[in-house]
Design a protein around this ligand. Structure first.
Ligand SMILES: [Zn+2]
Length: 211
């Protein structure tokens, strides 16, 4: 992640995120603006002919920014690879519950840490491209990660990572780190293990001790 300190922009842009995220936010704003223009066109049909062309311009801009942002994202991933090590595609589906054997931090087999009945653990399930790449990711974890590979479904390969309730904030931190670009690094796993949730709730999960 680009953590360079820059002054806020003249128009209020806060440079606290990678530029690809800032551009994606602008795209989202443009989509909202286009929608508002479309609302007006529906209500005031007399002006629709004139306004339609501006709606089209916004559509061009939204599409154009998308393709530029694809290039920026590739560049940012490469830059982070140089700084933090190899990345592998990893598309997490959110944090849920699933059958994983251990917490990836403490090795607990029980979500509530009380050695009661074996139950589902907190879980990230993420799609990976191949069995081999999935195995490489699992190898970055000391424990608590497994590959869900079924020979009958070779295009449905997932890595599943578990946590107990106590270490759910760490698991969520790992999710936040990997979802932006859809890649994972060994560095992300180590940083998520070091992650400590701030009590006042101000921290947004970007507490990095090494960055
Ligand atoms: Zn744990």
């Amino acid at each position: 992640m680009d953590k360079k300190i820059r002054k806020d922009g003249i128009y209020g842009t806060v440079f606290d995120k990678p530029v690809s995220v800032l551009i994606e936010n602008i795209r989202n704003d443009m989509t909202v603006l286009r929608g508002r223009l479309s609302d007006i066109n529906h209500e005031y049909t007399g002006w629709a002919d004139r306004l339609k062309s501006v709606e089209g311009l916004l559509t061009c801009g939204i599409i154009s920014l998308h393709s530029i942002n694809d290039e920026i994202i590739k560049f940012e991933i490469k830059s982070d690879d140089i700084e933090f090590g190899k990345s592998i595609k990893f598309q997490p589906r959110g944090v849920g519950l699933d059958s994983v054997d251990y917490c990836y931090l403490c090795g607990s087999k029980h979500r509530d840490n009380e050695n009661k009945q074996k139950d589902y653990m907190n879980n990230i399930a993420a799609f990976v491209e191949t069995k081999e790449l999935g195995e490489e990711i699992v190898g970055w974890f000391i424990k608590g990660a497994r590959l869900d590979y079924r020979p009958s479904e070779p295009n449905w390969i997932q890595v599943k990572i578990g946590s107990c309730d106590k270490h759910l904030p760490n698991l969520k931190n790992l999710f936040d780190r990997t979802r932006v670009y859809g890649v994972i690094r060994e560095h992300d796993i180590k940083q998520s293990i070091l992650f400590e949730e701030k009590v006042d709730g101000i921290d947004n999960g970007q507490t990095d001790k090494s960055e």
